[in-house]
Write a protein that binds this ligand. Structure first.
Ligand SMILES: C[S@@+](CC[C@H](N)C(=O)[O-])C[C@H]1O[C@@H](n2cnc3c(N)ncnc32)[C@H](O)[C@@H]1O
Length: 278
């Protein structure tokens, strides 16, 4: 099925990936499939599209005050439930979902290990967990200061770019606050520079978990995990740390995790379906 055009490009990609996971694992054949989206899109639009992929209930949880807004509940549709709940402390019984999904949330939760462990706990033994995100903190642009964030917070700024030209690639890992202030210099408004420095060094919007921490969280919580790292082409490697502690080239990832090992037959069918584009 084709997601609606009004949802953002990355959300459309996520929904397409979820559709592929559901299709390739025969979940559509089940009479009902219950889906949990951890840290869901608060508008309800993404969940509305996801609910068209399965028969069964789709539950979205998130934490902002005032969530869910009544219009989001209406948009999301009848089979979607929106609940205010912390992904690190889910109020669902064990093994209550067939599919657990999450997009672009992991870098924001205070404790990645608890978040992933909760996903595993509420997943049914034969269920599938699909998560993806970027950028990972240890990556070149792991500071997460995207152009849209600056535009939202400082609308008068026109020169900020998230391409390494303002915040040097890996600078958030290698530069002190003073060195970063010098590197940013007058390339942006003073107000923007202050905002960037605040987000980089003082904000707790990100958990600052490196790639190795993300991998450990998945491998601890799930016996079967496919972690597919995604690099970022065209980065300046001058400030890339060279301490051997991380794979600093990993920008983002997709993860497919299960509580049971996948059978040989299921794996063959999965790759056949992928080859024919399903
Ligand atoms: C970048 S947004 C992604 C939202 C949505 N998944 C999407 O793809 O549009 C990150 C979301 O993670 C949510 N979040 C952060 N910490 C959370 C937690 N402990 N439990 C649940 N959601 C959380 C935030 O409220 C925010 O909505």
């Amino acid at each position: 099925m084709t997601p609606r055009p009004e949802i953002e490009e990355y959300q459309t990609r996520f929904v397409n990936n979820v559709a592929r996971v559901i299709g390739a694992n025969f979940l559509r054949r089940r009479p009902t499939v219950r889906v949990l989206d951890m840290g869901c899109d608060c508008s309800g639009r993404q969940l509305a599209v996801i609910s068209q992929l399965v028969r069964g209930e789709v539950v979205g949880i998130n934490i902002p005050e005032g969530f869910p807004l009544p219009e989001a509940v209406v948009t999301a549709g009848e089979r979607v439930r929106l609940l205010r709940m912390d992904g690190m402390q889910l109020e669902f019984p064990d093994a209550s979902f067939d599919v657990v999904i999450s997009a672009n949330v992991i870098e924001h939760v205070p404790n990645v290990a608890r978040f992933v462990a909760e996903a595993a706990r509420v997943l049914k033994p034969d269920g599938i967990c699909y998560m993806e995100t970027a950028p990972i903190w240890s990556s070149a642009r792991g500071h997460h200061l995207m152009e849209s964030m600056v535009a939202e917070n400082i609308p008068e700024e026109t020169r900020y770019r998230d391409d390494g030209s303002i915040i040097p690639d890996w600078g958030h890992l290698s530069l002190s606050r003073e060195q970063m202030a010098d590197a940013i210099g007058n390339k942006v408004l003073d107000k923007t520079r202050e905002y960037l420095l605040w987000y980089l060094y003082d904000s707790n919007d990100l958990n600052r978990t490196p790639w190795s921490g993300v991998c450990e969280a998945f491998h601890t919580a799930f016996p079967t995990v496919q972690l597919m790292p995604r690099p970022l082409p065209m980065v300046d490697t001058a400030l890339m740390p060279d301490d051997g502690r991380e794979d600093y080239s990993v920008y983002g990832f997709t993860a497919i995790a299960r509580k049971q090992p996948q059978s040989w037959l299921a794996k063959r069918l999965y790759w056949r379906l992928r080859r024919v584009g399903l």
